[in-house]
Design a protein around this ligand. Structure first.
Ligand SMILES: [Zn+2]
Length: 309
């Protein structure tokens, strides 16, 4: 019966090989990713601004891809933000926080999940913040708080609007109360912007949750969302378990959140620069900027123009 055992073992081996799923590293190194119709070439997705041509899903993009899209490739300056000491509570769960930070930095090439840039849309200079979900789910800790405050200060110093592309799973549990404190700090920074009468625009990208929703993401003068983005505080299952009711299918998606009044407008990714440019022109009372192209003017001139208007 040895031949039968060998045949069965061989069959099991084939089964295991077929079942083996590619690792996350394999997926990241590959030219392919997946969407509604199965495998899709990353290059094809990129050519369509990382939006699926079949199901219209707006895939997550990193801060540099976001700034390229908003300002144009190389048309902006990434600003260096202060980084406070790592791991203030010396936290360890299944893995030490230091280890987690180390691998997030290796994976993304960033020091924290938030990146700040200075660029122009529709010839209006602004400060922008975007987060990288690949950096520990873009959750917020002291470093992200410092980056946010730095961006707000940069806006005030240069008297220019602040645009936040909100994204992230919430606050970093590894920093406990220190991360929760960033909710207060970001709120105070936004108050300063408002005291200075500077526009503060929030763009919700998938996903925005927890303390991020409960702080800076909900305090914009205008709330824009990308289609289909998850915007939540607690998770769907937690709420369903609490209220004992079945929730609508699009619950916590941009479209539903707009119906509830927390999102002003949903704008497809390809239209974002144009529409944000128009909104900023209106907020700054710069109607002439909507159609005029003064891109050959130096930024200093632009500031003078704005102050004169
Ligand atoms: Zn798709």
């Amino acid at each position: 019966m040895n031949w039968l055992k060998k045949t069965l073992d061989f069959g099991q081996k084939i089964k295991r090989l077929l079942k083996k799923r590619p690792s996350r590293q394999d997926m990241e190194a590959s030219d392919w990713t997946s969407c509604c119709k199965g495998p899709v070439l990353k290059k094809d997705l990129e050519d369509n601004l990382w939006v699926c041509a079949d199901c219209y899903k707006h895939h997550r993009i990193n801060p540099i891809q976001r700034f390229d899209l908003l300002f144009g490739k190389g048309n902006y300056q990434v600003l260096k933000t202060p980084i406070p000491p790592d791991d203030p509570l010396n936290f360890t769960d299944s893995k030490s926080y230091k280890e987690r930070l180390k691998s997030a930095r290796k994976k993304t090439g960033l020091n924290c999940s938030m990146v700040v840039a200075d660029g122009s849309i529709n010839n209006i200079r602004l400060t922008a913040i975007a987060s990288d979900f690949n950096y520990m789910g873009a959750s917020m800790g002291a470093a992200e708080g410092e980056a946010f405050l730095f961006a707000a200060q940069h806006s005030i110093k240069n008297q220019q609007p602040l645009l936040v592309v909100a994204s992230g799973g919430g606050m970093k549990m590894q920093e406990s109360i220190i991360s929760l404190n960033q909710m207060t700090r970001t709120t105070l920074a936004i108050n300063e912007l408002k005291t200075n009468k500077l526009p503060y625009i929030v763009l919700f990208s998938d996903p925005v949750a927890g303390g991020i929703t409960a702080s800076y993401a909900m305090l914009g003068d205008i709330h824009i969302a990308e289609p289909g983005a998850l915007i939540a505080f607690a998770g769907r299952r937690v709420i369903e378990g609490t209220v004992k009711e079945e929730l609508p299918e699009n619950f916590q998606k941009s479209e539903h959140v707009q119906d509830c009044g927390f999102v002003d407008t949903i704008i497809p990714r390809k239209d974002l620069p144009e529409k944000i440019g128009i909104l900023l022109s209106i907020l700054l009372n710069k109607k002439s900027e909507i159609k005029e192209d003064n891109s050959d003017k130096a930024p200093e001139n632009n500031i003078e123009n704005r102050e004169a208007s």
